[in-house]
Design a binder for this molecule. Structure first.
Ligand code: SF4
Length: 346
């Protein structure tokens, strides 16, 4: 379900798990040597289908997307269908050739930054990750490609946020997005217990208010936590988000965003690694258009039930006001004992 959420619907592509780094917190366990790639023709077809199903943004991640040989084709395909493109990169490989390849084809380049240089290098598991990324920024700025930073919030790096905001503003980034750590993939073993607590979320919320005031004209700061009041309003409005009344819609994009295509072709809702019981299918077996048709006939009610259970639980809890909504849905889906979606194996 696309919940109280102002962003347009997103198709998230992970074309491969190949990466030049092996970060501690990588939810897809990407690394050098993980060379399995999705076929570019299958992904192009997925983009076309997603456009027809109401998705407006294609977000390309990985692995490191700058290593994916089919990237130019995917960008071209996205433009062809009038969709916007974002790319998430660790920034180390942004040489002049790659910057030229991206110029005028990308609406936002999101560069990972996890704290002060020492913290960043430690989380990136590379002694000069920050310095190399930093050295790429002046050419990127000259290219005119809009860029921002993506900060993975943990229990330990909240104190670095003010430094990161100052750095982002000084580098003329347009956006600082703060996303809580997902204890998935490699993070499950390397950063166990580092997921931000409710108290961390509340502190970060206050800090973001202050930083947003301080940098109001220079930097947009977005925090991926939801205020419980917004969730209550959404539930009480009968599942209406903006102009979209989900109860009357038959567009997949109004129910599932992001729609995630993992590196092996599995298509899941919301987050990489989402419980397989809720997978829509695999691109190698069936196109997304057909997955959507089956989803509406076989799985929509289960999905709505999952959201109802999660949101009711979150709304009833009278604790601190900020929630990591997608992580909560993920947790509820993991614990769900309901019959798995029949789609993946059909
Ligand atoms: S977090 Fe990003 S940069 Fe780090 S290993 Fe994973 S895909 Fe690569």
């Amino acid at each position: 379900m696309r919940m109280p959420n102002v962003t347009p619907p997103v198709l998230q592509l992970h074309p491969s798990r190949a990466c030049n780094l092996r970060c501690l917190h990588c939810y897809s366990s990407s690394a050098p040597g993980e060379w399995q790639e999705q076929d570019v023709l299958l992904l192009s077809r997925a983009i076309a289908d997603a456009a027809n199903l109401g998705y407006q943004v294609v977000s390309i991640s990985g692995g490191e997307p700058l290593l994916y040989s089919g990237l130019p084709s995917l960008l071209q395909e996205t433009r062809r269908y009038g969709m916007r493109t974002t790319i998430t990169t660790n920034g180390l490989l942004l040489d002049q050739r790659r910057i030229e390849l991206l110029t005028d084809r990308v609406d936002l380049l999101a560069i990972s930054l996890d704290g002060t240089p020492d913290r960043h290098n430690s989380m990136r598991n590379a002694s000069r990750a920050f310095e190399t990324m930093h050295s790429r920024l002046s050419s990127l700025r000259s290219s005119g490609i809009p860029f921002g930073f993506l900060f993975t919030l943990t229990h330990e790096n909240i104190d670095d946020l003010a430094w990161v905001a100052e750095f982002a503003a000084a580098e003329q980034a347009q956006l600082l997005q703060i996303h809580p750590l997902e204890e998935a993939g490699r993070a499950r073993s390397t950063l166990q217990g580092q997921t931000p607590t409710d108290v961390d979320a509340a502190i970060t919320w206050l800090l973001v208010q202050r930083l947003s005031d301080e940098y109001s004209s220079r930097l947009r700061i977005h925090l991926d936590f939801l205020n419980r009041d917004a969730l209550r309003d959404f539930c009480q409005s009968g599942w209406t988000s903006g102009s979209v009344d989900c109860s009357k819609s038959n567009r997949l994009a109004d129910f599932i965003s992001p729609l995630v295509v993992e590196a092996d072709g599995t298509v899941v809702p919301l987050q990489y690694g989402f419980p397989r019981a809720y997978a829509l299918g695999n691109l190698n077996d069936v196109p997304i258009m057909e997955m959507a048709r089956r989803w509406f006939s076989q799985a929509r009610l289960d999905w709505e039930g999952l959201w109802d259970r999660t949101s009711n639980l979150l709304c009833q809890t009278a604790e601190l006001p900020f929630v990591n909504l997608y992580e909560s849905v993920f947790a509820a889906a993991s614990e769900s004992h309901s019959t798995p979606f029949p789609i993946l194996n059909s």
